[in-house]
Design a protein around this ligand. Structure first.
Ligand code: SF4
Length: 272
């Protein structure tokens, strides 16, 4: 049995990678949360495992000074893109806008933020995101019932509130807006309704995905960007088959106008 990695034994660097990503090329990760896993969702497939701090409170989790120091000490020059995701929902960090600005001042690399969309109803969050080159919003469900079952949000967050926030953001944001849809057997039947919701948001791109990484039994910093580590206790997840993925792609191609990218096509090239 491999040893269980413990958070307190890990080096808590707020910057990790660059790692190879099927969507992004070489991606350098910035973790604005780091203390533990912190999110307003607790998705059933989360690569961080069961979220430790389920909250929608915005505050400073990692000081900008530390983030700046770790970024400047990192191998950022070899990255294709700088990605803000890390140990949970990055828009919960109150210094989000300040950190994006710091990165843009220091490097010419594009900055991408991955968000679950739960905070986009807040004008301050939408303003913080304006300087990012790309924002990718998670959208896994077309109905409230599947949303609650799959994303398990904190109390008070509904699918309708996420869609409303995303629509408001779309109106204000000039960068590239993507939707990331994670498919498992649990939400396969949502494809049509989800495609309809996607049209309301009018993204520049839709990314279809299925969980390729196992569900770890606990959080530790390596779960942020690890694509190939298996030396920790984890549960394998049920993914969408090649055949199911093809029918998903066909539905999205028919029902939406946005360009589509899919992990299945990327997997043929060997990327995670
Ligand atoms: S939104 Fe992301 S970080 Fe939060 S629980 Fe879902 S997969 Fe994990």
């Amino acid at each position: 049995m491999p040893p269980v990695l413990k958070p307190e034994t890990q080096d808590k660097n707020s910057v990790y990678g660059p790692v190879d990503s099927w969507r992004l090329g070489r991606s350098l990760g910035i973790d604005l949360l780091l203390q533990t896993s912190i999110c307003s969702f607790n998705c059933i497939y989360c690569q961080l495992g069961d979220i430790q701090n389920k909250t929608i409170e915005r505050k400073i989790y990692v000081e900008t000074d530390q983030l700046e120091r770790d970024f400047k000490n990192s191998d950022w020059e070899s990255a294709d893109i700088i990605t803000l995701s890390g140990s949970g929902e990055p828009t919960l960090a109150l210094n989000l806008g300040e950190v994006i600005h710091m990165i843009k001042e220091y490097s010419d690399k594009p900055v991408m933020v991955l968000t679950n969309g739960t905070t986009l109803k807040d004008p301050a969050v939408r303003a913080d995101l304006q300087e990012a080159d790309t924002v990718a919003i998670k959208l896994d469900a077309g109905s409230e019932e599947v949303f609650q079952r799959m994303n398990r949000p904190v109390s008070g967050v509904t699918l309708a509130s996420v869609i409303k926030g995303a629509e408001a953001f779309r109106k204000e944001y000039k960068g590239k807006l993507c939707l990331q849809c994670m498919f498992m057997p649990a939400n396969l039947s949502e494809a049509e309704t989800l495609a309809k919701l996607a049209n309301k948001i009018q993204p520049d791109e839709i990314q279809l995905n299925t969980p390729k990484r196992p569900y770890p039994k606990g959080w530790f910093p390596e779960t942020r960007g690890s694509h190939d580590r298996t030396d920790f206790p984890a549960q394998k997840l049920r993914v969408v088959s090649e055949e199911e993925a093809q029918s998903l792609q066909a539905i999205f191609q028919k029902k939406t106008n946005a360009p589509l990218i899919s992990v299945y096509r990327a997997c043929e090239t060997g990327l995670n």
